[in-house]
Design a protein around this ligand. Sequence first.
Ligand SMILES: NC(=O)c1ccc[n+]([C@@H]2O[C@H](COP(=O)([O-])OP(=O)(O)OC[C@H]3O[C@@H](n4cnc5c(N)ncnc54)[C@H](OP(=O)(O)O)[C@@H]3O)[C@@H](O)[C@H]2O)c1
Length: 289
Amino acid sequence: MTELRESTVLITGAASGIGRRMALLAAERGANVVAWDLDGTGLDKLAADAGGVVTTHVVDVTDPDAVRRAAVAAGPVDVLVNNAGVVAGRRLLDLTDRQIERVMAVNALAPFWCTRAVLPGMVERGRGHVVTIASMAATMGVPKLVDYAASKHAAYGFAESLRVELAGVAPEVRTTVVLPFYINTGMFAGASTRIPWLVPILEEAEVAERIIRAVERNEDRVMLPPIGRVAFVGQLLPPSWFDKLASVLGIHVSMEDFHGRALPAEDTAPPEPPESPARPARRAARSRG
Ligand SMILES: NC(=O)c1ccc[n+]([C@@H]2O[C@H](COP(=O)([O-])OP(=O)(O)OC[C@H]3O[C@@H](n4cnc5c(N)ncnc54)[C@H](OP(=O)(O)O)[C@@H]3O)[C@@H](O)[C@H]2O)c1
């Protein structure tokens, strides 16, 4: 069991969505919550709604120096929740370089910076828990999620390897990795499910409660909904069969109507079209008449 009462629980991306919900739940259970996010206004609202028992800090988790400084300010951390995440939701050739870098920096690399900042203290004190919010996209490919799925495969690999590494050197430090399907937080607004009774869009409050319970019970891996485990079994199939199954379930069209939240201005510019080798030749051919 991981006891949350009087533990320090650090949650990244805590200004909205499941991060905010987990912060409120942990505070209700008597934890000292430290909430990090880029969104200072959202953090202020969280602190007010939690009745002053949440400490907030504007931190860009993609900046390793800023993360280290903020971790020192937070003091000893008992539970870290690597939750901050972003999605662009475009086909590979429609993404800007900046969007790809940002998705990888927040979803794949930030768990490294945050965990490395607090893990030495956990190992030294012989107590701790590292939670990583991956995604069901860590188990399969999805059109318009090439960058996101790649980043979540990385987050999943990070968490799985960390679990077995810690089992050898610091077994009292536990890990939990969470792989949810779409959640109604707004991050994936517009994404859909074809068979909602089997694979539903998840409720933000239920997901947050389930993750907090998983931490308390030291569960290693949480698939939401549990039927998502089929994806692991599906990997045993030849890829063309697995793709057919995912396609029948509507996974391959699930991002068709995605619109998400508004992106930062620098991310909305369409990418420069790649200079195809055929183009100069065609131009030359045209100019030759
Ligand atoms: N929603 C889903 O359908 C779904 C499904 C599977 C997995 N997940 C994962 O679950 C986690 C939480 O998702 P959510 O739906 O709750 O999303 P959310 O409501 O968008 O919350 C994510 C938070 O992370 C913050 N953030 C982004 N970049 C950051 C950075 N560089 N430094 C610090 N904070 C940063 C965001 O701030 P800004 O708003 O300022 O960017 C936002 O407050 C993510 O890891 C996500 O990938 C979500």
